[in-house]
Design a binder for this molecule. Structure first.
Ligand code: CA
Length: 232
């Protein structure tokens, strides 16, 4: 959380301008800071750029179904997502919770109810993420604050590069297959663009100041995958 306890950066993805304005007003009155997106793709970009503490997600968006957006959000972030929808159906609610939403509010709802839900997901997300930073040699990866350091200096990583490094650091010393990286870091369990992994590994190596031919932390295991180890 960027500010004090209970005060969150809230991203509102909602196409209805009236509801958007009402939400901004209600949340601002409770000292949250807000940003808004009127459609799914803008919302996803905003999420990546601003890393909010909570996302309020409308399911009926003009460019993409909110549930598809939820899957895309989950591929890049563990940010708490509260779905807000006019669809009051048990099956719908279960399916978005299964798809990775943290909570669900049926419109219309009272601002106090929203506030209570926001506090609840924030409490949960901060207790979920008490995991200590992973340390491998001079590399330190703190999943909670999403900060990675090399020899005490912050690394400037994209969200995907961070996720990739965090996954490899959590599995330090193990050979990790590219297919597993695609499944776990990119949420693509059925393969797909193998180049994606190579390209991100390449970028990550550059940021770590090494290369595939002169590895320090990231070692290529030919025909299998990659392994992160402390420098020898
Ligand atoms: Ca809508």
């Amino acid at each position: 959380m960027a500010y004090g306890p209970g005060v969150a950066d809230v991203l509102i993805i909602e196409d209805d301008a009236t509801i958007r304005t009402a939400l901004v007003r209600a949340l601002s009155a409770r000292e949250h800071s807000t940003m808004t997106s009127p459609n799914a793709l803008d919302g996803l970009q905003s999420l990546v750029d601003h890393r909010p503490d909570v996302v309020l997600l409308d399911l009926g968006l003009p460019d993409l179904d909110g549930r598809s957006l939820l899957a895309m959000i989950r591929a890049v972030s563990e940010v708490p997502v509260i779905v807000i929808s006019a669809r009051d159906e048990g099956r719908e609610i279960v399916s978005v919770l299964d798809a990775g939403a943290d909570d669900y509010l049926v419109k219309p709802f009272a601002a106090d109810q929203l506030e209570a839900r926001i506090r609840a997901v924030l409490r949960r997300s901060t207790t979920d993420r008490v995991a200590a930073p992973v340390v491998v040699g001079g590399l330190e990866v703190d999943v909670r604050s999403r900060v990675a350091r090399l020899d005490g200096k912050d690394l400037d990583l994209s969200p995907k590069e961070f996720d990739l490094l965090a996954f490899l650091a959590e599995h330090a010393g193990e050979v990790v297959a590219k297919r597993e990286l695609l499944a776990k870091v990119w949420n693509q369990p059925y393969g797909g663009a193998d180049k994606t992994v190579d390209v991100h590994l390449h970028w990550l190596r550059r940021k770590l100041g090494e290369s595939a031919d002169e590895p320090v932390y990231l070692h290529r295991v030919r025909g299998v995958g990659v392994k992160l180890v402390p420098p020898s």
